[in-house]
Design a protein around this ligand. Structure first.
Ligand code: DO4
Ligand code: MG
Length: 285
């Protein structure tokens, strides 16, 4: 089942039939059994006609977030560890990444408040003071206030590799700035955990030409999702739940940096495709 947040409410899509739900987004998703709740809706509700469904979907899809915080896990895939060891060679921080990859405690960091989050079809920003920038496609968990995973979405953990590579203590500046996070296009809700064989694909286009493309599967992650959630919830409470990006598994080569106007497409099986355009924060123009 796919749950979209749209301007007029929430749209549930089950086997090609679509239903409007009026509930407040936070109340709707923060449930003990979101899949069970959504499965009941088609029993009583009348599906939207194809015309009304098309009209709803022709408007912008909002990021599937209400008041939640967005957190992120790092160095959960070998690819991320190796790329970060390489970029931080000059700063002497390379061994940090090696150690955290093997440590019992994962790297978890605060990524975004809800108001800074972008969505499908919208811009994400690169920093004006950063020379080397990449998108990070990450399977993102929605976890309810009790600490149970209820859904999945696509997360874009926009990152400055030059700032993080200069000094690991600059991580918050490399990772947290206006529109450095995007979520979308929907929340995929299932009664069973998402298939580990699900593919994650990243395509970057410049002037309509593909300049980077790669894919892998979620199964290559070093840690389990429940392990990441356990550490995140150990000493924090999240009254309306929270989103957790689970780390990147795809990193463009060191010669690649994003440019304004690039189009970034991230696809994860079962969830869909999120498209973002790269821009500078307009306050610099
Ligand atoms: O260690 C820095 C951040 C790592 C990260 O964002 C990732 O692995 O996805
Ligand atoms: Mg990341």
């Amino acid at each position: 089942m796919k749950l979209y947040k749209i301007a007029k409410g929430s749209l549930l899509v089950v086997h090609d039939a679509a239903y409007i739900i009026d509930d407040d987004w936070d109340k709707l998703i923060n449930r003990d059994n979101l899949a069970g709740y959504l499965q009941q809706i088609p029993i009583d509700a009348i599906p939207l006609s194809d015309e009304v469904y098309a009209e709803f979907m022709s408007g912008p899809v909002l990021p599937p977030i209400g008041s939640q915080e967005v957190w992120a896990a790092g160095v959960t895939y070998l690819k991320s560890r190796d790329a970060r060891m390489e970029e931080s060679e000059g700063s002497g921080a390379a061994s940090l990444y090696d150690k955290v990859y093997d440590a019992e405690r994962p790297e978890l960091f605060f990524k975004s408040t809800a108001h800074r989050v972008s969505g499908h079809g919208r811009e994400v920003y690169i920093r004006k003071d950063s020379a080397w920038n990449v998108p990070e496609p990450e399977l993102t968990l929605y976890i309810n206030s009790r600490g149970d995973i209820q859904g999945y979405t696509i997360g874009n953990d926009m990152s400055s590799r030059s700032i993080e590579g200069e000094n690991a203590l600059y991580l918050p500046q490399a990772k947290i700035y206006e529109k450095s996070a995007a979520l979308g296009p929907c929340l995929f809700v299932s009664a069973v955990p998402i298939d580990a064989a699900s593919a994650i694909k990243l395509v970057i286009k410049r002037d309509n030409e593909v300049v980077y493309e790669d894919a892998t599967t979620v199964s290559r992650i070093k840690r389990t999702f429940t392990e990441l959630v356990g550490f995140l919830y150990a000493e924090l409470s999240f009254p309306t739940g929270c989103f957790l990006m689970t780390g990147t598994c795809l990193v463009p080569p060191p010669t690649f940096t994003l440019q304004v106007g690039d189009v970034v497409e991230m696809t994860i099986d079962h969830i869909g495709t999120m498209v973002n355009t790269i821009a500078f924060n307009p306050k610099h123009q």
